[in-house]
Design a protein around this ligand. Structure first.
Ligand code: NAI
Length: 336
């Protein structure tokens, strides 16, 4: 029976790169029935809400979504899209893989995945100003909340991901030498969880050293797990190691559902021109197929995409070619 998946084409280049991806999944024979929904400016245009209840209800039913980039409307009164999705579906794991596709770049042989805790740490939004004398904003305080349960589920997710994908090592990134309580708790929990996975090597690295090691020897890392703020920064760093956001997919996974997307935005400068690179959404769809236990098809699509890119004859402008989104998509389909 076909799997029902919520499709949010999104704004800007979103609809064209999502329809390219749907075409490739169909050509690969994926048994998916799409429930198309709206969010971002498309949601505002239809329902007056960037994250309409209809869209949330659809994901509640399907528990799985493929999402194009969304434009966040400016102005008060609109709900934050990412916060609404994260809260509604408790999307605690942000998964960002990065691997070398085109040889001859600055680095060879990078194949790593960063798993960022998505719901705790410094990003819980517990902040306030502190008045001193007549200055109401003389100081500001932001609270970093780390819980044992939150740490345990993210580190366990990283180890389970390593086991499921045949990876060898999990590197836990922390700053427990300075933040002895919050980061110390994360590290303690990590060590305990690691003992339960004897087949996977466990490594601990302090975040500043990690930032340097990723630039010097990125090929030494495999699965990386870290808290929210560090994960935010390091996930962009690893995208940069393999040539930027154009081919960077991401997944937000939780107990209530899983949402797969490109890391890049709506690319307003090229929207409507038919030249956007659909690669990141295609790779996000491959992550989705793996999540749906259809890893073989994911591998087939990924190989076809990478072969098309390495071949270099029919690639989009951002990859140094002249092909349109449609021509590039046709070339990938021909490689399937
Ligand atoms: P952007 O990622 O949309 O664009 C940055 C640059 O990369 C532009 O030159 C763009 O043409 C290029 N680019 C991005 N994706 C591309 C693709 N698939 N193919 C070829 N070139 C591509 O970032 P920007 O300009 O900062 O943000 C634009 C809008 O996107 C904003 O409204 C922002 O809020 C939104 N955004 C949404 C995200 C999401 O929904 N996940 C993530 C990031 C930004």
């Amino acid at each position: 029976m076909a799997t029902l998946v919520t499709l949010i084409p999104g704004d800007g280049i979103g609809p064209s790169i999502c329809s390219a991806t749907v075409r490739i999944l169909e050509a690969a024979g994926a048994d998916i029935q799409w429930d198309t929904q709206y969010a971002g400016m498309a949601g505002v245009a239809r329902y007056g809400d960037p994250i309409p209840d209809e869209t949330l209800d659809s994901i509640r039913r399907t528990r799985i979504a493929l999402k194009g980039p969304l434009e966040t409307p400016v102005g008060e009164g609109f709900r934050s899209i990412n916060v609404a999705l994260r809260k509604t579906f408790d999307l605690y794991a942000n998964v960002r893989p990065a691997h070398t596709i085109v040889p001859g770049g600055r680095y060879e042989g990078i194949d790593l995945v960063l798993i960022r805790e998505n719901t705790e740490g410094l990003y819980i939004g517990n902040e306030h100003y502190i008045r001193i004398g007549s200055d109401p904003r003389a100081a500001a305080e932001s609270i970093a909340l780390i819980t044992r349960a939150g740490s345990e589920r993210i580190v366990r997710y990283a180890f389970d991901h390593a086991v499921k994908h045949g990876r060898r090592k999990v590197t836990l990134v922390h700053k427990a030498n300075i933040l002895k309580y919050s980061q110390g708790l994360f590290l303690d929990v990590g060590r305990t969880v690691a003992q339960q996975y004897s087949s996977i090597e466990f490594q601990e690295v302090i975040v500043d050293a990690m930032a340097m090691s990723l630039v010097l020897n990125p090929e030494r890392f495999d699965v990386i797990v870290t808290t929210n703020l560090f994960g935010d920064i390091l996930s962009d760093e690893i995208s940069g190691l393999v040539g930027g956001l154009g081919l960077a997919p991401g997944a937000n996974i939780g107990l209530g559902g899983a949402i797969f997307e490109a890391v890049h935005g709506t690319a307003p400068d090229i929207a409507g021109k038919g030249v956007a690179n659909p690669g990141a959404v295609i790779l996000a769809a491959c992550m989705m197929l793996e999540y749906m236990n259809d890893g073989e098809r994911a591998t087939r699509i990924r190989r076809a995409l990478e072969k098309t890119i390495r071949d270099g004859r029919t690639v989009t402008r951002d990859l140094g070619g002249t092909a349109s989104t449609d021509q590039f998509t046709d070339a990938v389909i021909a490689q399937l």
